[in-house]
Design a protein around this ligand. Sequence first.
Ligand SMILES: NC(=O)c1ccc[n+]([C@@H]2O[C@H](COP(=O)([O-])OP(=O)(O)OC[C@H]3O[C@@H](n4cnc5c(N)ncnc54)[C@H](OP(=O)(O)O)[C@@H]3O)[C@@H](O)[C@H]2O)c1
Length: 316
Amino acid sequence: MRYRRFGTTDLEISEITFGALRFVDGAQATNDEELGRRAILEALDAGVNTIHSSYEYGTRWALEKILAQHPRRADLHHIIKVPSPDYADPAFSEAQFRDHVETALRELKTERIAIVQHLQRGVPKDIIYDERGDPVRIGALQQTNAALLETALAMRQEGKIGYVITFPHTHGYARHAVASGAFDGLIAFWNFLETEMLDVFDDCEARGMGVFSMRPYLQGIITDKRARRDALAGDDPKRGAAWDSQYKLFDKIQAELGTEISSWSDAAIRFALSHPAITSVVVSLNNPEQVQSAIRAIDGHTFDRELIERVRALSR
Ligand SMILES: NC(=O)c1ccc[n+]([C@@H]2O[C@H](COP(=O)([O-])OP(=O)(O)OC[C@H]3O[C@@H](n4cnc5c(N)ncnc54)[C@H](OP(=O)(O)O)[C@@H]3O)[C@@H](O)[C@H]2O)c1
């Protein structure tokens, strides 16, 4: 395993962060418990030292069981999602923030959450990823940050948390959140088909802020298994209309880069680590073979700026 320093902090993070959304039966996945258990143990054995989880994933029950007995649990770093204000809330709530952290400390069998992933929702769920929500969310940013920083500082002094990063949902909010100076880093979707945050990553680099890139395979499509849509089984959900625009763009990217890429599964992981601000890629790995594939892909050969710009240009 290779490790990178998270921004200008003292955290050394494995280039792979284990994303706990799908590895066992939960809110968004149905995966065999034993298979998922073997996947995470294999990842930890290989040197993965960071786990990304959320109370919303419905998979903490499995993490709790595994971590309770894990010999390295004191050495692991946790990233947890903490929304405040949540969708229906008017403002940040210290009680809500503390409650999420305290619950995670108990469930993850740890004394400290290394990184809190803050989500400033405060608009209805159906527009959270839409720029229509930006005026409200950006308008409330300064007030939210003031309350957030006060609570985070207190919890840091209590030894319960380390750093706070923002999950911005939209590009517009991301620019303001990074420029606000309130956050130690950023976490955002970043893969061959989702490159919208490029200029925000540049800004993070200039400010010494670390970045976690997320969903390198775009939920499994940027892989050798699913790169050719016409080869998928007839009932594969990725054949559904909801995936049309993603495959349209992926086809363009494959036409442009096809001869330069020998494995999309490998390239997806390397691309996810291909910006100087990026510390680690948060990825769902559901069985030992997927863990081995992701780890094999980290060979130090990231993509250069010219390729990233070419990929970015295709999605405009
Ligand atoms: N808002 C948020 O904070 C937020 C939102 C989304 C995700 N996340 C985080 O990001 C992590 C990753 O997100 P994600 O699961 O949506 O996307 P992802 O990591 O891009 O895709 C994961 C899926 O790819 C497939 N896969 C993995 N390795 C493969 C391989 N070698 N070959 C072929 N397929 C492979 C698996 O599906 P199959 O087993 O079905 O093949 C797996 O479920 C999550 O675990 C979570 O921690 C956070």
